[in-house]
Ligand binder design. Structure first.
Ligand code: DHE
Length: 574
């Protein structure tokens, strides 16, 4: 067998790097360990792996039994599709088509999959993500044509739709005593559940079953309904007015999904829900009160720049405008931002904006006119002016920006700004957002702050706070991923104070992530995201004193990640 280093060079010469390139991930490949960032991009897998699909009988591919092929398919969807795409035609990672894979052959592929590549793909065997037998299976699997998961149109959606409690059977007033504005919906990622926590008492109100590896929560404008999507495309609609909040409708909108939101514009409050899917690449409008699907729109098409057809342009973040009856739909692989007018679904008007490829997550500026979205593999934040319906700017930032929804404040020197941390470096980019009164600073990086580590996922402040909190949850170093930086917004020339919140919570294994404020803006909540079988917690910090106020521990809090305060999420306060 050829030597490992020879094979790696051969692979690179063949120009088929298997995954994203990044200095950070390359580092990881060097020491043959999976970087947390590479694992994050590979994701938790989705529902597509579980669906019945065509099995290849390509005579040029190596032999596989049906059982092996099916297991390979599941493993591929769980570990590889996040980067290489469901169809293996390339997404953030490169294409893995049967021809070139057959040329490399099983032995070479086993080394590459097992040990990783300098291009940034983790070593799946060295990091114990796959056994030797699984690596062998995957090496053979990718030499066969990629099976295509089924399409999922209105008919399939309708068949999956369950209206558990019709509107006329629901309460006509709030039946519990919860201060709904201050509840937190907490993603319990690996148990496929969410916890509703009362922000005032810090008590768990209820735990509800959701989709697989549930991803985000959004709320209806009135604050009555909670929407969540699992990675498997299962959406839950939860009525917060019930004595104990309860799921009143569910639907499968696809087999791989990440985003959901609802109409916020005057006159349309709560009425229309929208969900975006990775597979099939599409978004769907639903009745906001029942989840009845109304209209599906495909995002397949041409990349904005090279105008090359892409079969799988995934829907990343979706946000709901406060100033127009519009959803902002961000299409990852084609780099297009769609402003979709929902006021007339029969005669749908969409403004298609050329932005940048690999759009991911983002949030509004403080005026809620501009939407700022990270094109993370292009080290860019794209800014769309939703009032004018135009791209305002593509701002070059650090390595792989990852803002969550970002953070807004009125900077003493530069006026209104919005900030993002980065996956691939230690900086926080602060961008001027006020072209009217601070034109010289608009859409420029006016400050670059130093975070305590790279691998930052989320950043947050609040209009009533003088603090900016930043995590480094995917840092390869334990101390750093368990810590957060807190900057003083009144003195940003001063270095951040760094504190290890996992230690404060008494948790040895776990990463600290996703700051989220309470409604009053005087507490900030962090997840201490432990392994599935070990303890996790939520740490509530007193924002003023920067001291721990409460640690919420409960054996039901399995792998808490995102937390969504109702008021701040509805009003887009961050
Ligand atoms: Fe997320 C938001 C996609 C992995 C926690 N994540 C988003 C959004 C997208 C996305 C498109 C924006 C949704 C919106 O605003 O409408 N996330 C992906 C992926 O494709 C990726 C990289 C791999 C995967 O297969 O899923 C991925 N995400 C993760 C995680 O591993 C995280 C850290 C833990 C978890 O719970 O799974 C994670 N993502 C989050 C959170 C948000 C999010 C908490 C919402 C942030 C907010 O404050 O709004």
């Amino acid at each position: 067998m050829k030597s490992k280093s020879m094979l790696t060079s051969l692979f690179m010469l063949a120009a088929i790097p298997l995954a994203i390139s990044s200095a950070f991930a390359a580092e990881a490949a060097k020491d043959h360990k999976a970087s947390p960032e590479a694992k994050y991009l590979a994701g938790a897998g989705a529902g597509a792996g579980k669906l019945e699909m065509y099995q290849s009988t390509d005579p040029n591919g190596p032999a596989m039994t049906k059982a092996e092929f099916d297991a390979g398919r599941q493993l591929y969807f769980d570990r590889c599709a996040g980067c290489h795409g469901v169809l293996r035609k390339g997404a953030t990672g490169k294409a893995l088509l049967p021809g070139p894979m057959q040329k490399l052959g099983t032995d070479s592929l086993k080394v590459l999959i097992g040990y990783g590549t300098a291009g940034g793909m983790p070593g799946f065997e060295t990091s114990n993500e796959m056994t030797a037998a699984e690596v062998d299976m995957m090496a053979r699997y990718i030499q066969h044509p990629a099976p295509t998961p089924p399409e999922w149109g209105l008919k399939e959606m309708k068949a999956s739709w369950k209206l558990l409690v019709p509107v006329d059977k629901r309460p006509t007033k709030q039946m519990n005593k919860l201060n709904l504005d201050n509840i937190f919906s907490v993603t319990l990622r690996d148990s496929g559940e969410l916890a509703i926590i009362d922000g005032d008492s810090k008590k768990i109100v209820t735990i509800l079953k959701t989709g697989f590896a549930v991803h985000i929560t959004r709320f209806s404008k009135s604050g009555r309904y909670l929407y969540t999507t699992g990675r498997d495309g299962l959406i839950n609609l939860i009525d917060l007015w019930m004595e104990t909040p309860q799921t009143v409708a569910t639907i499968r909108t696809g087999s791989d999904a990440r985003s959901i939101d609802t109409s916020k514009y005057k006159g349309f409050e709560d009425k229309i829900a929208i969900a975006g899917s990775y597979w099939p690449p599409a978004y769907v409008f639903m009745d906001g009160f029942t989840l009845e699907p109304k209209k599906v729109v495909s995002t397949r098409g041409y990349t904005y720049d090279e105008q090359e057809y892409h079969p799988e342009p995934r829907v990343a973040s979706i946000v709901s405008s406060h100033i127009k009856p519009e959803f902002v739909v961000n299409v990852k692989e084609t780099g297009k931002i769609l402003l979709v007018d929902y006021s007339d679904l029969k005669n749908l008007k969409t403004t298609e904006i050329e932005a940048e490829r690999f759009l991911h997550d983002g949030g509004w500026d403080s005026s809620k006119r501009y939407f700022m979205v990270a094109a993370n593999m292009r080290n860019t934040v794209s800014v769309v002016d939703t009032k004018a319906g135009k791209l305002a700017a593509n701002v070059k930032v650090g390595v792989k920006p990852h803002p969550g929804r970002g953070a807004n404040w009125n900077d003493k020197k530069f006026g209104p700004v919005w900030a993002t941390g980065h996956l691939g470096d230690e900086t926080v980019a602060v961008i001027g957002t006020d072209p009217d009164k601070h034109k010289a600073n608009a859409w420029k990086v006016v400050r670059s702050l130093k975070n305590h580590g790279n691998g930052s996922l989320f950043i947050k402040t609040h209009p009533k706070s003088k603090n900016l909190w930043v995590d480094a949850a995917l840092s390869p170093e334990t101390e750093l991923r368990q810590s957060v930086s807190v900057f003083d917004l009144n003195n940003l020339d001063k270095p951040a104070v760094v504190m290890n919140l996992a230690k404060e919570a008494g948790i040895a294994e776990g990463r600290v992530t996703h700051p989220e404020y309470n409604k009053a803006g005087d507490e900030v909540w962090f997840s201490v995201w432990g392994p599935k079988t070990k303890e996790s917690a939520i740490v509530v910090m007193d924002d003023k004193t920067r001291k721990v106020k409460t640690v919420i521990k409960d054996k039901r809090l399995v792998t808490p990640t995102g937390k969504f305060n109702l008021y701040n999420t509805v009003q887009d306060v961050y």
